[in-house]
Design a protein around this ligand. Structure first.
Ligand code: SF4
Length: 721
């Protein structure tokens, strides 16, 4: 008999194991025994268990502190290079994610209308059969390409990709085009590597473009930056907003949005024009310098001052200071950079500035390889896929790597049914309803779907609109494939038994794969067997790794002066780009500007939350202020607006109501809001009803080279509500 459940019942399902904010429960006999076997716990049940954080994708090493058999705290693992003994606020609150009273702890099948939040409990057997049969039905009617697969970067991604590519769909949505496509593609076109490693130990001068590292925390890099600031290294920080990073920097430049490229072009103009660059490095290791030098003659400090709002004197002084630091400089690539369609050009200008200073091998190095030396279960080759990708990669966007894709264009392909109509969406650990710009349009895409499946630990907004929700074990409850950092492979292992019926992604993908006829892509008996197969080539036992938390890898030192580009050198001019009809050398691209009465809409990070996934964490919630719309204090006063007033912000695609925060800490032409709020899922009892959603306002703009979404190119009107 089908029993429908209300929102209240849905919430009760989340607490099926009777958990009520029960941080600190006894270890289950199985986990306690494993911890004793590995030597982590003494006879009294005290000790620490090493594992990895997953409150963001940085994967710091953690030590779960156990007292009398109860996990009481998470600390940073001093041996792990990403944590170095520290966890950020999100990492510290990880137990509360696992013990979230809203956790989904049993498979759920929708019984009401999409978005009503009416589900019934189902067994794993029934839920997996339902998903597999639904996917096979769509495949038979419309072809495998009619299912879209999307997931956020995580350690079990290779198995997710086995499902996707084994099934035969080309449609792969990741979060990367909403984040760092411009940086990655610019690095690939210049250095032939996705992201060079930064070394702060010798740095003397940093230009940081929009990377708010004190709030967008990656523990080790945030620590590196703090340390060099303490040591007196000069940090020039460009951001239209006075963030916590601005407060720590030596100099804050409130640059006009979208003009960071002009600032860097002017630095290139001065440093090259006055011959202050590293001539022997440029001659030996680069191609295209003469073309770059000719191009940047146009970009005088006078020209850049008018565009950026930064004075000629400041630009000139910074160029001279930067040049004086020689190869001990770092023009930081940032992450999303300026969030305009010219961000790819901005990134190319930053890479050019680094290159002419000859800092490669001093502050920048080749990125480390992933997974070298580890094994994997055998599997057959993937079937040939002839269908075009819905996101236009590579047939419209030849330079976007397939594994990055363009998520916002994928959504557009679904809405427009172009070049064909998709009918199913399989989503793992991702929240496209919140993350893709223009939420209304994402919900429109959902309405085209016959089957939406979501794997997650909480009933997020995407789960709320799904047909089947599969409960994943949290990162503290499961094993994952090994995480390679430098010369070590780090282990995520359970410190708590999975609650309810939650299962690891490795288990879920295998079960589903077998039902889809793809069992050959999942040749492991369980999670530990998968890990043993990974460790086999290096001759290390899983028991040893459980004890230490990592396996040592044989790593050959890279040849740092060997670039994986067409010419084998750093490409200041790219013939590949030029032949494809794009600019081979960085050239100024004028960004759009708001009309009279409009503001640039800025978004950014806060230290307490990770994108859209942690706002329901009760500990983080407790230490977060109600999110408000920042507006320059003078501008607010002119409009008769004051702290706490409700305002309406309107863009071309949406409207929100939000509380106002007038502040001196933002340019007069900008407003700012923190993403990750304004949830639609009423099952998120902590986060629901808090703040407003930036994706409602964001318009879709895609950079034609890198596929990056230009988030700051949305302009809004603001008035009293
Ligand atoms: S940066 Fe913070 S949230 Fe991310 S892995 Fe490290 S401790 Fe966890």
């Amino acid at each position: 008999m089908t029993k429908t459940i209300s929102r209240r019942d849905f919430l009760k399902l989340g607490s099926a194991a009777g958990i009520t904010l029960a941080v600190g429960q006894m270890l289950s006999p199985k986990v306690a025994q494993a911890a004793r076997d590995a030597g982590h716990l003494n006879a009294a049940g005290d000790g620490t268990i090493p594992s990895l954080c997953e409150m963001c994708v940085w994967r710091c090493g953690l030590l779960a502190k156990v007292q009398k058999g109860v996990v009481v705290k998470l600390d940073g693992n001093p041996d792990n290079p990403h944590s170095r003994g520290n966890l950020c606020p999100r990492g510290q609150s990880g137990l509360m994610n696992t013990y979230d009273p809203d956790r989904v702890l049993t498979p759920l099948i929708r019984v009401g209308q999409r978005g009503e939040g009416l589900f019934r409990k189902a067994s794993w057997e029934e839920a997996l059969d339902r998903v597999a049969n639904g996917m096979l039905d769509i495949k038979q009617k419309y072809g495998p390409e009619a299912i879209v697969f999307s997931a956020t970067h995580n350690l079990s991604q290779p198995l997710f990709e086995n499902l996707l590519y084994g099934f035969g769909s080309p449609n792969y949505g990741t979060q990367r085009s909403l984040c760092f496509n411009a940086m990655i593609v610019a690095n690939l076109m210049t250095y032939g590597t996705e992201e060079p490693a930064r070394n702060y130990s010798k740095v003397k001068y940093i230009i940081l473009t929009g990377r708010n590292l004190m709030e967008a925390i990656s523990t080790s890099e945030t620590h590196d930056l703090s340390q060099v600031i303490d040591e007196g290294v000069k940090v020039v920080y460009l951001d239209p907003r006075y963030t916590k990073t601005a407060s720590k920097a030596s100099e804050w430049l409130p640059i006009k949005p979208g003009t960071d490229m002009a600032f860097h072009l002017a630095l290139l103009n001065i440093i090259i024009g006055e011959g202050l660059y590293d001539k022997s490095f440029v001659e030996r290791y680069t191609v295209g310098f003469d073309i770059l030098a000719q191009e940047v003659k146009k970009y005088s400090p006078d020209w850049a001052a008018q565009i950026t709002g930064i004075s000629i004197e400041t630009i000139t002084r910074i160029a001279h200071e930067f040049a004086a630091a020689g190869k001990y400089t770092l023009a930081h690539n940032g992450w999303r950079t300026s969030n305009f369609v010219n961000s790819f050009g901005t990134q190319r200008a930053i890479t050019a500035l680094n290159t002419i200073m000859g800092n490669w091998g001093t502050t920048l190095f080749p990125g480390s390889g992933e997974g070298a030396g580890l094994g994997a279960p055998l599997q057959p080759p993937y079937p040939r896929v002839s269908a075009l990708r819905l996101d236009g990669v590579p047939w419209k966007y030849p330079f976007v790597p397939l594994k990055l894709g363009i998520f916002q264009e994928l959504r557009e392909g679904v809405v427009n049914g172009d070049p064909y109509q998709a009918h199913g969406w399989f989503i793992s650990r991702q929240n496209p309803v919140m993350s893709i710009p223009d939420r209304g349009r994402t919900l429109q895409a959902f309405r085209k779907m016959d089957l939406i499946t979501t794997i997650d630990i909480i009933p997020n907004d995407t789960a709320w609109f799904s047909d089947v929700v599969l409960p994943e074990a949290s990162y503290l409850e499961r094993f994952d494939p090994l995480n390679v950092v430098g010369d070590k492979a780090w282990l995520r292992q359970p410190v708590i038994e999975p609650q309810g019926e939650a299962k690891s992604a490795l288990w879920i993908y295998k079960q589903l794969g077998e039902r889809l006829g793809l069992g050959e892509y999942f040749q492991y008996t369980d999670e530990e067997d998968y890990l043993r197969q990974q460790l086999a080539p290096i001759g290390v036992s899983l028991d040893e790794v459980k004890k230490t938390g990592y396996a040592q890898l044989p790593v050959e030192p890279p040849n740092i002066y060997n670039w994986n580009t067409t010419t084998g050198k750093i490409e200041l001019f790219s013939e590949t780009l030029s032949k494809a009809g794009f600019e081979g050398v960085v050239k100024w691209e004028e960004p759009p500007v708001p009309a009279e009465g409009q503001f640039y809409l800025l978004t950014g990070k806060m230290a307490q939350n990770t994108q859209f996934g942690t706002q329901n964490n009760q500990l983080l919630h407790k230490y977060s202020d109600e999110p408000r719309l920042w507006m320059n204090a003078a501008v607010a006063a002119e409009r008769g607006l004051k702290e706490g007033d409700w305002v309406e912000a309107t863009s071309d695609v949406g409207r929100i109501h939000v509380m106002l925060h007038p502040t001196e800490a933002i340019r007069p032409d900008c407003v700012y809001m923190t993403p990750g709020y304004g949830h639609l899922s009423k099952a998120l009892t902590t986060a629901y009803g808090i703040g407003a959603c930036d994706s409602v306002l964001h318009k879709t703009f895609t950079d034609p080279i890198s596929g990056s979404q230009a988030l700051s190119q949305t302009f809004v009107m603001v008035q009293k509500a």
